[in-house]
Design a protein. Sequence first.
Length: 385
Amino acid sequence: MPGPRFYLDHNASAPLKPAARSAMLAALDDCANPSSVHSEGRAARRVVEDARRSVAALVNADPANVVFTSGATEAASWLLRPNWRMGRAPLQIARLIVCAADHPATLNGGSFPTDHVTRIGVDANGMADLNALAQALASERSEGVSLVAMHLANNETGVIQSAHEISAIAKAAGAVVAFDVVQAAGRIPFDISALGTDFLILSSHKIGGPKGAGALVSAGGALMPEALIKGGGQEHGHRAGTENVPAIAGFGSAAAQVLIGLGEIDAVMALRNRFEAAIRAAFEDALIFGEDAPRLPNTSFFAVPDMKAETLQIAFDLAGIALSAGSACSSGKVGPSHVLEAMGHGRYGGALRISIGAETGEAELAAFEAALTGIAARRAKGRAA
């Protein structure tokens, strides 16, 4: 019989929280359309609006400025387009500025022409080059308004960007600012106003909600990209179509749960550090990327010289441990990491990512340590042969 499985891949998708599951099941029992005016429709609307308030509370935003989408990728695709509105007046965004280590949903530039997208490099720890950002904004200001869209926390390394400085530089140049906070939400505290940003991109399934829900959150209601989907006027006219009430209910419940759980950050970081200590004990030459920069408390991205990431991933999987070789958002492929390449570590080809949560405990750590011991012994034997 197969042995137990241990899940260390929360950055790819966090386990569904029991409260979120319950909220979804309750919403599934309500057949009404939330746009209907009868009692059943109003009950469905309350579910959506309660979830909107919970998502807004997670980032300290106005609930009126939360627009639900099918996920973070859809929110990014909607945001990253040249055609915007300031109130009723059209506004053209001339250029998009992204980070070379961004998630593909941002890095690919959305609807902007390739020659209107500027990529800002990162240093060896994965921190964005702020001087390059300032220079790019200065040189491109004559073209019109720029949009700076970057990740707050990297999905592979967990490295946290200097968001306040990025916002300050961008605002000084008259640019619009957006942060992909998919990995940061529920793992570190932050505030949309304190970050100085105009927009945030959120995902449900990264915080313990269901797949198929996300949100674009704005700091104000006047400046917005053109409507994503035109039709019946749902989501304040920004995204037409009947809302996915069960998914939104689960998203809202998960947001409320992780807001409470922010008090567990230190415990999660302490456990992450023990995982890294186990890696160092098994492989003295292991590299942990971004360890000299601020990182998410739950994430570790490491490589072992002379060992392919896919080989290590398979070995861990056979030992009952689920973790990722970089991002899970590249059609399931295992190969070179564009994040490592941007950091100047492309020679390693790939790395393994451990990403844990408050649910992770001693059993997962013990299984990981046992698997490491076996892998290290096989490596030593191969080197001696």
